[in-house]
Design a protein around this ligand. Structure first.
Ligand code: FAD
Ligand code: SF4
Length: 515
Protein backbone atom coordinates (compact mmCIF):
# COMPACT_ATOMS: atom_id res chain seq x y z
CA UNK A 1 0.00 0.00 0.00
CA UNK A 2 1.41 3.41 -0.93
CA UNK A 3 -0.70 5.60 1.42
CA UNK A 4 -2.07 7.64 -1.50
CA UNK A 5 -5.26 7.11 -3.48
CA UNK A 6 -4.72 6.77 -7.20
CA UNK A 7 -6.33 8.87 -9.92
CA UNK A 8 -8.49 8.15 -12.92
CA UNK A 9 -7.14 10.19 -15.81
CA UNK A 10 -9.40 10.16 -18.87
CA UNK A 11 -8.13 10.79 -22.38
CA UNK A 12 -9.96 14.13 -22.47
CA UNK A 13 -7.73 15.38 -19.64
CA UNK A 14 -4.53 14.61 -21.54
CA UNK A 15 -3.73 17.43 -23.92
CA UNK A 16 -0.06 16.95 -24.78
CA UNK A 17 2.24 14.07 -25.50
CA UNK A 18 4.26 13.28 -22.40
CA UNK A 19 5.50 10.42 -20.23
CA UNK A 20 4.71 8.70 -16.94
CA UNK A 21 6.89 6.40 -14.82
CA UNK A 22 5.83 3.58 -12.50
CA UNK A 23 7.09 0.31 -11.06
CA UNK A 24 4.60 -1.70 -13.09
CA UNK A 25 2.69 -0.75 -16.22
CA UNK A 26 -0.44 -2.90 -16.62
CA UNK A 27 -2.08 -2.88 -20.05
CA UNK A 28 -5.84 -3.54 -19.83
CA UNK A 29 -8.31 -3.08 -16.98
CA UNK A 30 -10.40 -6.23 -17.41
CA UNK A 31 -10.49 -9.35 -15.24
CA UNK A 32 -6.75 -10.02 -15.48
CA UNK A 33 -5.35 -6.47 -15.49
CA UNK A 34 -7.46 -5.19 -12.59
CA UNK A 35 -6.57 -8.19 -10.44
CA UNK A 36 -2.85 -7.89 -11.16
CA UNK A 37 -3.01 -4.14 -10.44
CA UNK A 38 -4.79 -4.73 -7.11
CA UNK A 39 -2.32 -7.35 -5.89
CA UNK A 40 0.76 -5.35 -6.94
CA UNK A 41 -0.59 -2.08 -5.47
CA UNK A 42 -1.48 -3.81 -2.20
CA UNK A 43 2.15 -4.99 -2.03
CA UNK A 44 3.33 -1.37 -2.20
CA UNK A 45 4.28 -1.10 -5.88
CA UNK A 46 3.54 2.05 -7.90
CA UNK A 47 1.19 0.85 -10.64
CA UNK A 48 -0.37 2.48 -13.68
CA UNK A 49 -3.16 0.80 -15.63
CA UNK A 50 -3.49 1.71 -19.31
CA UNK A 51 -6.94 1.11 -20.83
CA UNK A 52 -7.97 1.80 -24.43
CA UNK A 53 -11.70 2.00 -23.65
CA UNK A 54 -13.63 4.71 -21.87
CA UNK A 55 -14.53 5.01 -18.21
CA UNK A 56 -18.27 4.42 -17.75
CA UNK A 57 -20.22 3.93 -14.55
CA UNK A 58 -23.74 2.86 -13.66
CA UNK A 59 -24.95 6.39 -14.41
CA UNK A 60 -23.95 5.85 -18.06
CA UNK A 61 -25.49 2.36 -18.41
CA UNK A 62 -28.82 3.26 -20.01
CA UNK A 63 -29.95 -0.27 -20.97
CA UNK A 64 -29.87 0.61 -24.68
CA UNK A 65 -28.19 -1.77 -27.10
CA UNK A 66 -27.60 1.09 -29.55
CA UNK A 67 -25.43 2.86 -26.95
CA UNK A 68 -23.82 -0.18 -25.35
CA UNK A 69 -22.27 -2.01 -28.30
CA UNK A 70 -20.36 0.98 -29.72
CA UNK A 71 -19.29 2.19 -26.25
CA UNK A 72 -18.48 -1.05 -24.46
CA UNK A 73 -17.39 -3.62 -27.07
CA UNK A 74 -14.34 -4.12 -29.28
CA UNK A 75 -14.81 -2.68 -32.77
CA UNK A 76 -18.24 -1.29 -31.77
CA UNK A 77 -19.56 -4.83 -31.38
CA UNK A 78 -18.55 -5.71 -34.96
CA UNK A 79 -15.37 -7.69 -34.27
CA UNK A 80 -15.39 -10.88 -36.32
CA UNK A 81 -13.13 -13.46 -37.87
CA UNK A 82 -11.52 -12.54 -41.16
CA UNK A 83 -14.15 -14.45 -43.19
CA UNK A 84 -16.97 -12.87 -41.10
CA UNK A 85 -18.18 -16.34 -40.07
CA UNK A 86 -17.83 -15.85 -36.29
CA UNK A 87 -19.02 -12.67 -34.55
CA UNK A 88 -16.67 -11.95 -31.63
CA UNK A 89 -18.22 -10.21 -28.63
CA UNK A 90 -15.39 -8.81 -26.51
CA UNK A 91 -15.32 -5.96 -23.99
CA UNK A 92 -13.60 -2.62 -24.47
CA UNK A 93 -14.07 -0.18 -21.61
CA UNK A 94 -12.82 0.11 -18.04
CA UNK A 95 -13.53 -3.36 -16.60
CA UNK A 96 -13.10 -5.02 -20.03
CA UNK A 97 -15.29 -8.05 -20.63
CA UNK A 98 -16.54 -8.05 -17.05
CA UNK A 99 -18.45 -4.79 -17.63
CA UNK A 100 -20.64 -6.55 -20.17
CA UNK A 101 -20.49 -10.20 -19.17
CA UNK A 102 -23.39 -12.34 -18.06
CA UNK A 103 -22.03 -13.10 -14.53
CA UNK A 104 -21.65 -16.91 -14.86
CA UNK A 105 -18.89 -18.09 -12.56
CA UNK A 106 -17.04 -21.39 -12.81
CA UNK A 107 -13.64 -22.60 -11.62
CA UNK A 108 -11.29 -24.10 -14.23
CA UNK A 109 -12.28 -27.79 -14.57
CA UNK A 110 -9.69 -30.22 -13.14
CA UNK A 111 -9.89 -32.17 -16.41
CA UNK A 112 -8.65 -29.08 -18.28
CA UNK A 113 -5.81 -28.45 -15.79
CA UNK A 114 -4.75 -32.10 -16.15
CA UNK A 115 -4.73 -31.80 -19.95
CA UNK A 116 -2.49 -28.70 -19.76
CA UNK A 117 -0.05 -30.54 -17.50
CA UNK A 118 -0.02 -33.67 -19.66
CA UNK A 119 0.06 -32.13 -23.14
CA UNK A 120 1.11 -28.49 -22.90
CA UNK A 121 4.00 -28.53 -20.43
CA UNK A 122 2.20 -26.53 -17.72
CA UNK A 123 3.80 -27.19 -14.31
CA UNK A 124 2.67 -26.80 -10.68
CA UNK A 125 -0.77 -25.56 -11.60
CA UNK A 126 -3.40 -27.88 -10.18
CA UNK A 127 -6.71 -27.29 -8.43
CA UNK A 128 -5.04 -27.22 -4.99
CA UNK A 129 -2.55 -24.51 -6.07
CA UNK A 130 -5.33 -22.39 -7.53
CA UNK A 131 -7.84 -23.01 -4.70
CA UNK A 132 -6.88 -20.04 -2.45
CA UNK A 133 -6.86 -17.74 -5.48
CA UNK A 134 -10.30 -18.94 -6.63
CA UNK A 135 -11.56 -18.48 -3.07
CA UNK A 136 -10.27 -14.91 -2.84
CA UNK A 137 -11.68 -13.98 -6.25
CA UNK A 138 -15.07 -15.54 -5.45
CA UNK A 139 -15.16 -13.68 -2.13
CA UNK A 140 -14.37 -10.33 -3.77
CA UNK A 141 -16.90 -10.89 -6.57
CA UNK A 142 -19.64 -12.11 -4.21
CA UNK A 143 -20.00 -15.34 -6.18
CA UNK A 144 -22.91 -17.14 -4.56
CA UNK A 145 -24.55 -20.55 -4.90
CA UNK A 146 -26.98 -20.97 -7.81
CA UNK A 147 -30.33 -19.37 -6.96
CA UNK A 148 -33.55 -20.95 -8.33
CA UNK A 149 -35.17 -17.48 -8.22
CA UNK A 150 -32.67 -16.32 -10.85
CA UNK A 151 -34.13 -18.73 -13.41
CA UNK A 152 -36.16 -16.80 -16.02
CA UNK A 153 -38.42 -18.51 -18.58
CA UNK A 154 -35.57 -18.78 -21.08
CA UNK A 155 -33.38 -20.70 -18.63
CA UNK A 156 -36.39 -22.62 -17.24
CA UNK A 157 -36.92 -24.26 -20.64
CA UNK A 158 -33.25 -25.28 -20.80
CA UNK A 159 -33.53 -26.69 -17.29
CA UNK A 160 -36.78 -28.57 -17.85
CA UNK A 161 -35.81 -30.07 -21.20
CA UNK A 162 -32.46 -31.25 -19.86
CA UNK A 163 -34.05 -32.69 -16.71
CA UNK A 164 -36.61 -34.62 -18.80
CA UNK A 165 -33.85 -36.18 -20.88
CA UNK A 166 -31.64 -36.97 -17.86
CA UNK A 167 -28.97 -34.46 -18.95
CA UNK A 168 -28.35 -33.03 -15.46
CA UNK A 169 -28.95 -29.28 -15.61
CA UNK A 170 -27.06 -27.22 -13.00
CA UNK A 171 -27.82 -23.84 -11.47
CA UNK A 172 -25.08 -21.35 -12.32
CA UNK A 173 -23.16 -19.49 -9.61
CA UNK A 174 -23.23 -15.74 -10.36
CA UNK A 175 -20.97 -12.80 -9.51
CA UNK A 176 -23.68 -10.47 -8.19
CA UNK A 177 -24.93 -8.82 -5.02
CA UNK A 178 -28.41 -7.32 -4.88
CA UNK A 179 -29.27 -8.27 -8.48
CA UNK A 180 -32.71 -6.93 -9.41
CA UNK A 181 -32.88 -9.45 -12.29
CA UNK A 182 -33.28 -6.76 -14.93
CA UNK A 183 -31.50 -8.75 -17.62
CA UNK A 184 -29.24 -6.00 -18.97
CA UNK A 185 -25.86 -7.37 -17.84
CA UNK A 186 -24.60 -7.22 -21.45
CA UNK A 187 -25.13 -3.45 -21.58
CA UNK A 188 -23.49 -2.66 -18.23
CA UNK A 189 -25.35 -3.17 -14.95
CA UNK A 190 -27.25 0.05 -14.12
CA UNK A 191 -27.30 -0.89 -10.41
CA UNK A 192 -23.69 -2.03 -9.93
CA UNK A 193 -25.26 -5.27 -8.68
CA UNK A 194 -22.94 -7.13 -11.02
CA UNK A 195 -19.50 -7.49 -9.53
CA UNK A 196 -17.10 -6.42 -12.25
CA UNK A 197 -13.37 -5.81 -12.40
CA UNK A 198 -14.12 -2.07 -12.26
CA UNK A 199 -16.20 -2.22 -9.08
CA UNK A 200 -13.93 -4.70 -7.24
CA UNK A 201 -10.22 -5.26 -7.96
CA UNK A 202 -9.71 -2.06 -9.93
CA UNK A 203 -11.37 -0.02 -7.18
CA UNK A 204 -9.03 -1.75 -4.69
CA UNK A 205 -5.99 -0.96 -6.84
CA UNK A 206 -6.96 2.72 -7.07
CA UNK A 207 -7.58 2.85 -3.31
CA UNK A 208 -4.03 1.52 -2.92
CA UNK A 209 -2.50 4.17 -5.16
CA UNK A 210 -2.76 2.82 -8.73
CA UNK A 211 -3.44 5.40 -11.45
CA UNK A 212 -5.79 4.49 -14.28
CA UNK A 213 -5.36 6.08 -17.72
CA UNK A 214 -8.40 5.55 -19.93
CA UNK A 215 -8.78 6.10 -23.69
CA UNK A 216 -5.10 5.17 -24.05
CA UNK A 217 -4.35 2.38 -26.53
CA UNK A 218 -1.03 0.60 -26.01
CA UNK A 219 0.48 0.64 -29.45
CA UNK A 220 3.92 -0.81 -28.78
CA UNK A 221 5.96 -2.42 -26.05
CA UNK A 222 9.51 -1.05 -26.21
CA UNK A 223 12.22 -3.54 -25.30
CA UNK A 224 15.92 -3.25 -24.62
CA UNK A 225 18.33 -6.14 -24.15
CA UNK A 226 15.71 -8.72 -23.16
CA UNK A 227 13.69 -6.34 -20.96
CA UNK A 228 10.46 -4.44 -21.50
CA UNK A 229 11.27 -0.79 -20.89
CA UNK A 230 8.12 1.13 -21.79
CA UNK A 231 4.66 0.99 -23.24
CA UNK A 232 3.96 3.56 -25.95
CA UNK A 233 0.28 4.52 -26.02
CA UNK A 234 -1.93 6.59 -28.29
CA UNK A 235 -4.37 8.88 -26.50
CA UNK A 236 -7.69 8.45 -28.29
CA UNK A 237 -10.31 11.07 -28.96
CA UNK A 238 -13.46 9.46 -27.52
CA UNK A 239 -15.78 10.81 -30.22
CA UNK A 240 -13.76 9.70 -33.23
CA UNK A 241 -11.58 6.97 -31.68
CA UNK A 242 -8.60 8.56 -33.44
CA UNK A 243 -5.22 9.18 -31.79
CA UNK A 244 -4.54 12.78 -30.82
CA UNK A 245 -1.51 12.53 -28.49
CA UNK A 246 1.13 10.07 -27.36
CA UNK A 247 1.87 8.95 -23.84
CA UNK A 248 4.90 6.83 -22.94
CA UNK A 249 4.66 4.73 -19.78
CA UNK A 250 8.12 3.81 -18.47
CA UNK A 251 8.27 0.65 -16.34
CA UNK A 252 10.91 0.50 -13.61
CA UNK A 253 10.19 -3.10 -12.61
CA UNK A 254 7.96 -4.67 -15.20
CA UNK A 255 5.13 -4.69 -17.70
CA UNK A 256 1.99 -6.82 -17.26
CA UNK A 257 0.00 -7.38 -20.43
CA UNK A 258 -3.73 -7.96 -19.87
CA UNK A 259 -5.42 -6.67 -23.03
CA UNK A 260 -7.25 -9.98 -23.35
CA UNK A 261 -6.86 -12.83 -25.85
CA UNK A 262 -6.55 -11.40 -29.40
CA UNK A 263 -5.32 -7.93 -28.29
CA UNK A 264 -2.37 -9.08 -26.15
CA UNK A 265 -0.86 -11.30 -28.88
CA UNK A 266 -1.57 -8.49 -31.37
CA UNK A 267 0.34 -6.00 -29.20
CA UNK A 268 3.38 -8.28 -29.04
CA UNK A 269 3.23 -8.92 -32.79
CA UNK A 270 2.88 -5.20 -33.53
CA UNK A 271 5.87 -4.51 -31.28
CA UNK A 272 7.89 -7.39 -32.76
CA UNK A 273 8.72 -8.11 -29.12
CA UNK A 274 9.25 -11.61 -27.75
CA UNK A 275 7.82 -13.30 -30.82
CA UNK A 276 10.83 -15.45 -31.83
CA UNK A 277 9.22 -18.74 -30.80
CA UNK A 278 6.47 -18.33 -33.42
CA UNK A 279 3.93 -19.12 -30.69
CA UNK A 280 2.48 -15.61 -30.32
CA UNK A 281 -0.99 -15.44 -31.87
CA UNK A 282 -1.34 -19.16 -32.66
CA UNK A 283 -3.77 -21.49 -30.85
CA UNK A 284 -6.40 -18.84 -30.26
CA UNK A 285 -9.60 -20.38 -28.93
CA UNK A 286 -13.16 -19.03 -29.06
CA UNK A 287 -15.53 -21.66 -27.63
CA UNK A 288 -17.28 -21.30 -31.04
CA UNK A 289 -20.95 -20.96 -30.16
CA UNK A 290 -23.96 -22.17 -32.15
CA UNK A 291 -27.46 -21.00 -31.18
CA UNK A 292 -30.92 -22.35 -31.88
CA UNK A 293 -34.27 -20.66 -31.33
CA UNK A 294 -37.38 -22.43 -30.04
CA UNK A 295 -40.85 -20.91 -30.30
CA UNK A 296 -43.41 -21.45 -27.56
CA UNK A 297 -47.13 -20.79 -27.35
CA UNK A 298 -46.64 -18.83 -24.12
CA UNK A 299 -44.46 -15.71 -23.84
CA UNK A 300 -40.84 -16.45 -22.85
CA UNK A 301 -39.61 -12.82 -22.77
CA UNK A 302 -35.99 -13.90 -22.77
CA UNK A 303 -34.90 -10.25 -22.58
CA UNK A 304 -35.94 -10.12 -18.88
CA UNK A 305 -34.15 -11.73 -15.96
CA UNK A 306 -30.56 -12.85 -15.41
CA UNK A 307 -29.29 -13.94 -18.82
CA UNK A 308 -27.59 -17.14 -17.65
CA UNK A 309 -28.68 -19.19 -14.66
CA UNK A 310 -28.68 -22.80 -15.95
CA UNK A 311 -25.97 -24.81 -17.68
CA UNK A 312 -25.83 -28.37 -19.01
CA UNK A 313 -22.42 -30.07 -19.12
CA UNK A 314 -23.73 -33.53 -20.01
CA UNK A 315 -21.88 -33.51 -23.37
CA UNK A 316 -18.68 -31.78 -22.22
CA UNK A 317 -16.72 -35.04 -22.32
CA UNK A 318 -17.47 -36.98 -25.53
CA UNK A 319 -14.25 -39.00 -25.43
CA UNK A 320 -12.40 -38.67 -28.71
CA UNK A 321 -15.00 -36.28 -30.15
CA UNK A 322 -15.15 -32.54 -29.35
CA UNK A 323 -17.37 -31.83 -26.33
CA UNK A 324 -19.84 -28.98 -25.80
CA UNK A 325 -22.03 -27.45 -23.13
CA UNK A 326 -25.37 -25.66 -23.23
CA UNK A 327 -26.35 -22.30 -21.78
CA UNK A 328 -28.67 -19.46 -22.83
CA UNK A 329 -27.95 -15.97 -24.18
CA UNK A 330 -30.08 -12.91 -23.42
CA UNK A 331 -32.45 -12.26 -26.34
CA UNK A 332 -32.45 -8.50 -26.84
CA UNK A 333 -33.75 -7.12 -30.15
CA UNK A 334 -30.44 -6.03 -31.74
CA UNK A 335 -28.56 -9.25 -30.94
CA UNK A 336 -31.56 -11.30 -32.05
CA UNK A 337 -31.88 -9.35 -35.29
CA UNK A 338 -28.23 -10.11 -36.06
CA UNK A 339 -28.62 -13.81 -35.30
CA UNK A 340 -32.00 -14.44 -36.96
CA UNK A 341 -31.88 -15.49 -40.62
CA UNK A 342 -33.55 -13.94 -43.64
CA UNK A 343 -34.18 -10.44 -44.95
CA UNK A 344 -37.09 -8.05 -45.27
CA UNK A 345 -40.48 -9.58 -44.66
CA UNK A 346 -39.14 -13.02 -43.65
CA UNK A 347 -36.87 -11.44 -41.04
CA UNK A 348 -39.65 -9.16 -39.78
CA UNK A 349 -41.98 -12.14 -39.28
CA UNK A 350 -39.43 -13.93 -37.11
CA UNK A 351 -38.72 -10.76 -35.13
CA UNK A 352 -42.45 -10.32 -34.47
CA UNK A 353 -42.29 -13.57 -32.47
CA UNK A 354 -39.38 -12.37 -30.31
CA UNK A 355 -41.35 -12.45 -27.05
CA UNK A 356 -42.18 -16.14 -27.66
CA UNK A 357 -38.63 -17.13 -28.55
CA UNK A 358 -36.36 -19.24 -26.37
CA UNK A 359 -32.66 -19.31 -27.31
CA UNK A 360 -30.18 -22.02 -26.37
CA UNK A 361 -26.48 -21.95 -27.20
CA UNK A 362 -23.93 -24.74 -27.49
CA UNK A 363 -20.34 -23.74 -26.73
CA UNK A 364 -17.84 -26.04 -28.43
CA UNK A 365 -14.83 -26.92 -26.26
CA UNK A 366 -12.00 -26.19 -28.67
CA UNK A 367 -8.33 -27.16 -28.36
CA UNK A 368 -8.80 -30.41 -26.43
CA UNK A 369 -8.60 -32.64 -29.52
CA UNK A 370 -6.91 -32.33 -32.92
CA UNK A 371 -8.19 -28.78 -33.60
CA UNK A 372 -5.56 -26.05 -33.24
CA UNK A 373 -7.83 -23.01 -32.94
CA UNK A 374 -7.23 -19.79 -34.81
CA UNK A 375 -4.44 -17.31 -35.46
CA UNK A 376 -3.96 -13.60 -34.86
CA UNK A 377 -2.02 -11.39 -37.26
CA UNK A 378 -1.46 -7.67 -37.56
CA UNK A 379 -1.08 -5.91 -40.91
CA UNK A 380 1.23 -3.01 -41.78
CA UNK A 381 -1.07 -0.46 -40.13
CA UNK A 382 -1.32 -2.57 -36.99
CA UNK A 383 -4.86 -3.78 -37.71
CA UNK A 384 -5.82 -7.14 -36.23
CA UNK A 385 -6.75 -10.12 -38.44
CA UNK A 386 -8.38 -13.13 -36.80
CA UNK A 387 -8.46 -16.41 -38.71
CA UNK A 388 -10.37 -19.38 -37.35
CA UNK A 389 -10.62 -22.36 -39.72
CA UNK A 390 -13.49 -24.57 -38.68
CA UNK A 391 -11.86 -27.96 -38.15
CA UNK A 392 -13.85 -31.07 -39.16
CA UNK A 393 -14.04 -32.21 -35.53
CA UNK A 394 -15.71 -28.89 -34.58
CA UNK A 395 -18.22 -29.25 -37.42
CA UNK A 396 -19.15 -32.71 -36.18
CA UNK A 397 -19.64 -31.33 -32.66
CA UNK A 398 -21.70 -28.37 -33.91
CA UNK A 399 -24.10 -30.59 -35.86
CA UNK A 400 -24.46 -32.98 -32.90
CA UNK A 401 -25.02 -30.04 -30.55
CA UNK A 402 -27.72 -28.46 -32.75
CA UNK A 403 -29.52 -31.81 -32.86
CA UNK A 404 -29.30 -32.23 -29.07
CA UNK A 405 -30.49 -28.66 -28.41
CA UNK A 406 -33.48 -29.15 -30.72
CA UNK A 407 -34.30 -32.44 -28.99
CA UNK A 408 -34.05 -30.70 -25.60
CA UNK A 409 -36.41 -27.87 -26.54
CA UNK A 410 -38.97 -30.30 -28.00
CA UNK A 411 -38.80 -32.19 -24.69
CA UNK A 412 -39.43 -28.90 -22.86
CA UNK A 413 -42.61 -28.36 -24.91
CA UNK A 414 -41.56 -26.03 -27.76
CA UNK A 415 -44.08 -25.72 -30.61
CA UNK A 416 -41.21 -25.57 -33.11
CA UNK A 417 -37.47 -25.16 -33.19
CA UNK A 418 -35.75 -23.00 -35.79
CA UNK A 419 -32.11 -23.64 -36.60
CA UNK A 420 -29.95 -20.69 -37.66
CA UNK A 421 -28.65 -22.28 -40.86
CA UNK A 422 -28.39 -19.98 -43.86
CA UNK A 423 -31.70 -21.59 -44.86
CA UNK A 424 -33.22 -22.34 -41.46
CA UNK A 425 -34.76 -25.71 -40.69
CA UNK A 426 -38.04 -25.91 -38.81
CA UNK A 427 -38.21 -28.85 -36.45
CA UNK A 428 -41.59 -29.90 -35.06
CA UNK A 429 -40.91 -33.46 -33.95
CA UNK A 430 -38.26 -36.16 -33.52
CA UNK A 431 -38.63 -37.21 -37.17
CA UNK A 432 -37.37 -33.78 -38.34
CA UNK A 433 -34.12 -34.05 -36.37
CA UNK A 434 -32.35 -36.15 -39.02
CA UNK A 435 -32.50 -33.15 -41.38
CA UNK A 436 -29.94 -31.32 -39.25
CA UNK A 437 -27.13 -33.69 -40.22
CA UNK A 438 -28.00 -33.20 -43.90
CA UNK A 439 -28.11 -29.37 -43.85
CA UNK A 440 -24.93 -27.64 -45.08
CA UNK A 441 -22.92 -26.53 -42.06
CA UNK A 442 -19.77 -24.42 -42.29
CA UNK A 443 -18.42 -20.87 -42.20
CA UNK A 444 -21.22 -18.43 -43.07
CA UNK A 445 -23.69 -21.30 -43.51
CA UNK A 446 -24.90 -21.02 -39.88
CA UNK A 447 -24.85 -18.26 -37.21
CA UNK A 448 -21.81 -18.59 -34.94
CA UNK A 449 -20.41 -16.26 -32.31
CA UNK A 450 -17.93 -16.16 -29.45
CA UNK A 451 -18.04 -14.42 -26.08
CA UNK A 452 -15.06 -16.41 -24.76
CA UNK A 453 -11.67 -15.60 -26.26
CA UNK A 454 -8.69 -17.60 -24.97
CA UNK A 455 -5.13 -18.47 -25.96
CA UNK A 456 -2.68 -16.88 -28.37
CA UNK A 457 0.09 -16.44 -25.76
CA UNK A 458 -0.03 -19.83 -24.07
CA UNK A 459 1.71 -20.72 -20.83
CA UNK A 460 3.98 -23.76 -20.48
CA UNK A 461 7.53 -24.58 -19.50
CA UNK A 462 8.88 -25.24 -23.02
CA UNK A 463 9.91 -21.92 -24.63
CA UNK A 464 9.59 -23.51 -28.08
CA UNK A 465 5.91 -24.35 -27.51
CA UNK A 466 4.67 -21.54 -25.27
CA UNK A 467 5.03 -17.79 -24.74
CA UNK A 468 5.06 -17.47 -20.95
CA UNK A 469 5.92 -19.88 -18.13
CA UNK A 470 3.38 -21.41 -15.75
CA UNK A 471 3.42 -18.20 -13.68
CA UNK A 472 2.86 -15.83 -16.62
CA UNK A 473 6.45 -14.68 -17.10
CA UNK A 474 7.58 -14.27 -20.71
CA UNK A 475 10.23 -16.77 -21.81
CA UNK A 476 12.36 -14.15 -23.62
CA UNK A 477 11.53 -10.86 -21.89
CA UNK A 478 12.47 -11.29 -18.26
CA UNK A 479 10.33 -8.48 -16.81
CA UNK A 480 7.20 -8.98 -18.91
CA UNK A 481 4.21 -10.95 -17.61
CA UNK A 482 0.90 -11.86 -19.24
CA UNK A 483 -2.14 -12.08 -16.97
CA UNK A 484 -5.24 -12.48 -19.12
CA UNK A 485 -7.20 -15.06 -21.09
CA UNK A 486 -4.45 -15.37 -23.71
CA UNK A 487 -2.34 -17.62 -21.45
CA UNK A 488 -4.74 -20.58 -21.61
CA UNK A 489 -3.30 -23.40 -23.77
CA UNK A 490 -6.79 -24.58 -24.83
CA UNK A 491 -10.42 -23.56 -24.51
CA UNK A 492 -11.47 -23.99 -20.88
CA UNK A 493 -14.73 -25.92 -21.16
CA UNK A 494 -16.47 -23.42 -18.86
CA UNK A 495 -17.10 -19.65 -18.92
CA UNK A 496 -13.70 -18.04 -18.41
CA UNK A 497 -13.99 -14.99 -16.14
CA UNK A 498 -13.17 -16.71 -12.81
CA UNK A 499 -10.26 -18.59 -14.39
CA UNK A 500 -8.80 -15.32 -15.72
CA UNK A 501 -9.20 -13.54 -12.37
CA UNK A 502 -7.72 -16.47 -10.41
CA UNK A 503 -4.71 -17.06 -12.68
CA UNK A 504 -3.94 -13.31 -12.62
CA UNK A 505 -4.25 -13.37 -8.82
CA UNK A 506 -1.79 -16.26 -8.58
CA UNK A 507 0.69 -14.74 -11.05
CA UNK A 508 0.63 -11.28 -9.42
CA UNK A 509 0.92 -12.73 -5.90
CA UNK A 510 4.09 -14.57 -6.90
CA UNK A 511 5.39 -11.55 -8.81
CA UNK A 512 4.82 -9.29 -5.79
CA UNK A 513 6.72 -11.77 -3.58
CA UNK A 514 9.78 -11.54 -5.83
CA UNK A 515 10.29 -8.02 -4.43
C1 FAD B 1 -21.09 -10.43 -23.82
C2 FAD B 1 -20.16 -11.24 -22.97
C3 FAD B 1 -20.67 -12.11 -22.02
C4 FAD B 1 -19.80 -12.87 -21.23
N1 FAD B 1 -20.32 -13.64 -20.23
C5 FAD B 1 -19.47 -14.30 -19.40
C6 FAD B 1 -19.98 -14.99 -18.26
O1 FAD B 1 -21.17 -14.97 -17.98
N2 FAD B 1 -19.08 -15.66 -17.48
C7 FAD B 1 -17.75 -15.70 -17.77
O2 FAD B 1 -17.00 -16.38 -17.06
N3 FAD B 1 -17.25 -15.02 -18.82
C8 FAD B 1 -18.07 -14.30 -19.61
N4 FAD B 1 -17.55 -13.55 -20.62
C9 FAD B 1 -16.09 -13.56 -20.85
C10 FAD B 1 -15.29 -12.82 -19.79
O3 FAD B 1 -15.86 -11.58 -19.48
C11 FAD B 1 -13.87 -12.66 -20.31
O4 FAD B 1 -13.36 -13.96 -20.55
C12 FAD B 1 -12.95 -11.94 -19.37
O5 FAD B 1 -13.39 -10.63 -19.11
C13 FAD B 1 -11.55 -11.89 -20.00
O6 FAD B 1 -10.67 -11.21 -19.14
P1 FAD B 1 -9.32 -10.59 -19.73
O7 FAD B 1 -8.63 -9.92 -18.61
O8 FAD B 1 -8.62 -11.66 -20.48
O9 FAD B 1 -9.79 -9.53 -20.83
P2 FAD B 1 -10.85 -8.37 -20.75
O10 FAD B 1 -11.71 -8.49 -19.55
O11 FAD B 1 -11.52 -8.34 -22.08
O12 FAD B 1 -9.98 -7.06 -20.56
C14 FAD B 1 -9.06 -6.60 -21.51
C15 FAD B 1 -9.06 -5.07 -21.46
O13 FAD B 1 -7.89 -4.62 -22.11
C16 FAD B 1 -8.21 -3.50 -22.93
N5 FAD B 1 -7.23 -3.46 -24.01
C17 FAD B 1 -7.09 -4.33 -25.02
N6 FAD B 1 -6.06 -3.97 -25.80
C18 FAD B 1 -5.54 -2.85 -25.27
C19 FAD B 1 -4.47 -2.00 -25.65
N7 FAD B 1 -3.71 -2.24 -26.73
N8 FAD B 1 -4.21 -0.91 -24.87
C20 FAD B 1 -4.96 -0.64 -23.77
N9 FAD B 1 -6.00 -1.42 -23.39
C21 FAD B 1 -6.28 -2.52 -24.12
C22 FAD B 1 -9.62 -3.80 -23.41
O14 FAD B 1 -10.29 -2.62 -23.81
C23 FAD B 1 -10.24 -4.45 -22.19
O15 FAD B 1 -10.85 -3.49 -21.36
C24 FAD B 1 -18.39 -12.77 -21.42
C25 FAD B 1 -17.88 -11.89 -22.37
C26 FAD B 1 -18.75 -11.12 -23.13
C27 FAD B 1 -18.18 -10.17 -24.14
S1 SF4 C 1 -29.57 -8.92 -14.16
FE1 SF4 C 1 -28.75 -8.22 -12.21
S2 SF4 C 1 -26.57 -8.03 -12.60
FE2 SF4 C 1 -27.54 -8.13 -14.60
S3 SF4 C 1 -27.88 -6.00 -15.16
FE3 SF4 C 1 -29.73 -6.69 -14.09
S4 SF4 C 1 -29.43 -6.11 -11.96
FE4 SF4 C 1 -27.45 -6.02 -12.96
Amino acid sequence: MSGRTGRIVTGAEISDSSSVEADFVVVGSGAGGSTAAAVLSAAGARVVVVEEGGHYTRRDFNMQESWAYPALYQEHGNRATDDLSILILQGRSVGGGTTVNWTSSFRTPERTLALWAARHGVRDLDAATLAPHFAEVERRLDVGAGDPNDVNNNNRKLHDGAAKLGWQPELIHRSVKGCARLGYCGMGCPLDAKRTARTTFLADAIADGADLYTDCRAKLVETDRGRARAVVAEVLDRATDRPRARLVFYARRGVVLAGGAINTPALLLRSKAGTDSGQVGVRTFLHPTVPIVAFYDQPIEAFYGPPQSVSVHHFADRGDRVGYFFETPPVHPMLAALAFPGFGDTHRKVMERLAYAQATIALLIDGHHDDDGGTIDVNGEGRIKIRYPLHASLREAAVAAITDMARLQLAAGAREVMTLHETPLLIRGESDLAGIAEAPFGPNRHTMFSAHQMGGAAMGEDPARSVVDSRGRHHQLENLWIADGSIFPTGLGVNPQISVYAHAHLFATELARRG
